[in-house]
Ligand binder design. Structure first.
Ligand SMILES: [Zn+2]
Length: 474
């Protein structure tokens, strides 16, 4: 290896440096800068040169005209910038989004939300990026907002780049590692098993997506035993970055953890690693909103709205309703599996529609009048689309009416909330309402009851009693 001379020093990197020189022109040759500005002790300089390390430094001019070395990279001669991965923070400054180096503690940990701006530690809000050179290309890759995850990602990237530079491509299975289980194959087998188990297609698709995103976050890892908590944290911050709701992030993390648990790999997540979120409070329509809905709808849409609020049925439960589900003897609407060839999802499940969960199979009592009206509808499905098939867009009908009725934030689920709160208000037992709603967990139903209780007469009386509870009688 030739010692780093002027040429090697300049390298390809210098030309790529975007820093402006103090005089406003292009960067002067590195050797010039080195002589002029570098304050490294001569010893350091000498050992650097002797070890065959070249270095590239970019400087920026501060307002007062003082110079700072903002970035310094060392690389082996002939191999442009290997092995350095720098953690940067991208933040908004005056309408632009520049990258700044992240600040580190003495113990090597990233100081959360602190960047080095012109050499000074500055509090910023932004995402972490890894900056490194791969081959001869400079790369910046986003690693989320969590400093610990960013540091872990930087460490991993550095190791990967070192391995690459040393000519190690991937770890090929040898006789000693034949027992190791590869992630991608295991995921495929796992999903096949779920499909055979007739799990709801949507839930399988969700697990598939979660595991795919998870695998993409740590692309260098191949075997199940290589993954740990850091990978899940990285996955979490990627999802948060991509604006997934906390509840979805929680579900997706759970999919990954369940998968690893089933294959006896413990990821060792801590309690605080899980996203914090509140269950959404119920949003029943007010009596005035319901009256307006009914006033501004007619024929089948009016019947649809009345059915939604009288059964608390979910979107698919109502769109897949058939006359065979209407039991005139017991006066109930039955939610049960049934043949369906109309939806892609049902076709993939062997031309069958399934309720969301086992507990969703249920009988919901309805009025005789509603039952008669549903039975009087033409065709097999009371709420079929114009072509007679299952209507995948019930919400559209409801939204149209909502606009006329002046109801904002119309959702199908709000009819379900309305049904549940109405039944609890009518004094039905929470266990009974749980059955009718098809809740798996009674705590969900109890959540509605507690929410409603805050508005009850008793709660009101008790609240008002506080005014006089400790009155002295003066
Ligand atoms: Zn279907």
């Amino acid at each position: 290896m030739r010692r780093g001379g002027r040429e090697a020093e300049g390298g390809g990197l210098l030309n790529r440096c975007r820093a402006k020189s103090p005089t406003g022109g292009s960067n002067p040759p590195l050797s010039a800068r080195f002589k002029k500005f570098c304050n490294f002790p001569n010893k350091t300089k000498k050992s650097m040169m002797e070890s065959g390390l070249c270095y590239h430094a970019c400087y920026h001019l501060a307002k007062e005209g003082r110079l700072f070395f903002l970035t310094t990279e060392y690389y082996l001669e002939g191999e442009a910038g290997v092995n350095t991965v720098k953690v940067m923070i991208r933040t908004k400054v005056g309408g632009r989004y520049p990258y700044f180096p992240a600040a580190f503690n003495g113990n090597g940990r990233i100081k959360p939300g602190v960047a080095l701006i012109k050499g000074a530690e500055t509090r910023v809000r932004g995402s972490y990026y890894l900056r490194y050179v791969e081959g001869s290309t400079r790369r910046l890759s986003r690693v989320g907002t969590d400093p610990a995850a960013a540091a872990a990602a930087a460490k991993r990237k550095e190791l990967a780049l070192k391995a690459q530079a040393a000519g190690i491509r991937t770890v090929e299975p040898t006789s000693s590692v034949v027992d190791r289980v590869a992630l991608t194959e295991t995921v495929e087998k796992y999903l096949d098993r779920l499909r055979l188990g007739k799990r709801p297609l949507r839930s399988i698709a969700g697990k598939k997506r979660s595991l795919e995103i998870f695998a993409a976050v740590s692309p260098r890892k191949k075997y199940l035993d290589e993954f740990n908590r850091d990978d899940v944290l990285l996955f979490k911050s990627k999802l948060e970055d991509d604006d997934y709701a906390p509840k979805t992030v929680d579900n997706m993390m759970m999919s990954v953890v369940t998968f690893f648990n089933q294959h006896e790999v413990r990821l060792k997540l801590k309690k605080e690693d899980w996203p914090k979120y509140k269950e959404n409070p119920p949003e029943p329509y007010t009596d005035a909103e319901m009256r307006s809905f009914l006033k501004h709808s007619e024929a089948s849409t009016n019947l649809l709205i009345r059915t939604l609020v009288a059964t608390g049925g979910r979107d698919q439960e109502i769109s897949h309703l058939t006359k065979a589900d209407l039991d005139s003897r017991r006066k109930v609407v039955r939610v049960q599996p049934k043949p369906c060839t109309d939806c892609p999802e049902c076709r993939q499940r062997g031309n069958l529609w399934y309720p969301k969960t086992e507990e969703s199979v249920r009988d919901i009592p309805v009025s005789e009048r509603l039952l008669a009206e549903l039975l009087a509808q033409p065709g097999e499905r009371p709420f079929a689309a114009d072509n007679g098939r299952v209507d995948g867009h019930l919400l559209r009908q409801v939204k149209k009416v909502a606009k006329k009725a002046g109801v904002s934030n119309a959702k199908l689920h709000r009819f379900r909330d309305t049904f549940i709160t109405n039944k609890i208000r009518d004094g039905e037992d929470v266990r009974t309402v749980q059955k009718w709603a098809g809740h798996t967990d009674v705590n969900v139903t109890m959540g509605y009851a507690a929410w409603l209780e805050a508005e009850s007469e008793r709660a009101r009386e008790s609240a008002n009693r506080e005014d006089n509870r400790y009155a002295t009688g003066d």
